[in-house]
Design a binder for this molecule. Structure first.
Ligand code: ZN
Length: 428
């Protein structure tokens, strides 16, 4: 009996525990379901809150601009862009300013300043910066900050080289050819391109200097080199100056490691002390062309001497050196002149007639057509047209392999000493 009862009880117990297990399982499942639902609700709320509380983002963007070297800076303008749908949202309740109001203000150029530190004479790419005004900046850092932000996209200004464009290690000129045997100033650096048009590296004798170029081809330094007697040379000579553009001419000579002889009028010398110092310091020769350009053949011995010595005194006052050579005005020489000048007298073999034609092309053509070893070319640096011609003649003769030397350098290299009172023309 007791055994049966026991059996009965244990069946009942087993039955109960199965039902309880089922209940527990259902509860667990319900709990998990609740958790999932709660999670989904919370997730959705967070998403909605995020979307609604996300600050409005305005992009203040500058377009890239392009100019050529030497042109004026363009008028930069930034545009304010907003792609959202909350243009009517009030961002400043006190002043009733909406997003659209701010966009309008920015698009009319207010609320910021633009700056570009470009040197338009140097081809390069320069950043154009946007600076928000103080008041706008402080609002964005203050109350507006949570609702709004302004992302700035700064622009670029490209200053194009007027001569052409870089093409790897070469430089393509505007006419489609490549720059060869010539210097180029680009990105504020100086480069030299060989006969194949490639920029050079290492040491190279160019003109009267040995130039050292970095691995990138940038000119690092220059050192004096001697005139090579076995290579052709020409003496460029400039009379009547100095003039307004003599300094510019000196820069071109210096760039091409070339020298020239300047036969100056004494009366002009006090007006150009810095130009004459630069002339001397860059290796050019100081020449005497009388004080005020008389025909020396018509003067007395004393007056000839005065014309020469007054000019030399003027030179010594500005650069502590007298002239080493003379060109008598008009090339007029007689025995009286020879006996009284006290300097070697230099005439010319290439008469460019630059003073007469005032045509840079004619001056260039005459010089290039008559170029030969030992030639002496006559030009006048008081004429702007002659300076224009010389600026083209110097690279062209350099390209053709001529060394551009002073009269004294030519005399030394050729082994033909110059004597005072003697005349030199086609002696070299
Ligand atoms: Zn003259």
């Amino acid at each position: 009996m007791s055994k049966r009862m026991y059996t009965h009880n244990s069946d009942k117990k087993r039955h109960v525990s199965a039902r309880q297990k089922q209940k527990i399982l259902i509860r667990k499942m319900l709990f998990i379901l609740c958790c999932v639902v709660v999670f989904l609700i919370l997730y959705t709320i967070v998403k909605i809150v995020r979307v609604y509380s996300k600050p409005i983002s305005i992009e203040l963007k500058l377009d890239n601009a392009e100019i050529s070297q030497g042109e004026a800076l363009p008028a930069f303008k930034a545009s304010a862009i907003y792609q959202g749908k909350k243009k009517d949202k009030v961002i400043d309740k006190a002043k009733d300013i909406t997003v659209q109001d701010l966009l309008d203000e920015l698009n009319s150029g207010k609320g910021y300043t633009l700056s570009c530190d470009a040197d338009t004479s140097v081809d390069n790419t320069y950043p154009v910066k946007i600076m928000l005004d103080k008041s706008l900046k402080s609002k964005l850092e203050g109350d507006w900050g949570k609702k709004l932000n302004i992302n700035i996209s700064e622009g670029k200004l490209v200053v194009k080289n007027t001569q052409g464009i870089w093409d790897g290690d070469k430089f393509k000129l505007n006419d489609g050819s490549y720059l060869t045997n010539d210097f180029l100033t680009s990105r504020g650096k100086t480069y030299f391109f060989n006969e194949e048009g490639k920029k050079v590296t290492g040491d190279h004798q160019i003109g009267l200097k040995v130039c050292t170029f970095s691995k990138k081809g940038e000119l690092v330094s220059k050192q004096d080199a001697v005139v090579q007697p076995d290579k052709p040379m020409i003496a460029l000579t400039f009379d009547d100056g100095p003039g307004e553009r003599t300094s510019e001419l000196l820069d071109v000579l210096d760039k091409y490691n070339a020298h020239a002889t300047f036969f100056m009028q004494g009366k002009n010398i006090p007006h150009y002390p810095d130009v004459i110092k630069k002339m001397k310091d860059t290796g050019n020769e100081l020449g005497n062309h009388s004080y005020n350009h008389p025909e020396l053949t018509k003067l007395s011995a004393a007056d000839i001497q005065k014309q020469i010595s007054d000019t030399n005194t003027a030179l010594q006052e500005v650069c502590e050196e007298p002239a080493t050579v003379l060109r008598p005005p008009y090339g007029s020489i007689n025995d009286n002149v020879s006996a009284n000048v006290g300097l070697p007298m230099i005439l010319w073999t290439i008469d460019t007639l630059d003073w007469k034609t005032l045509d840079p092309q004619a001056t260039f053509d005459t010089t290039i057509a008559s170029a030969t070893d030992g030639a002496i070319a006559l030009m006048h640096d008081i004429h702007s047209t002659s300076v224009d011609a010389a600026i083209r003649i110097i690279p062209e003769l350099t390209k053709q392999g001529y060394q551009l030397v002073t009269m004294s350098e030519m005399s030394a290299a050729k082994g033909i000493p110059m004597e005072n009172g003697k005349t030199y023309r086609d002696d070299f």
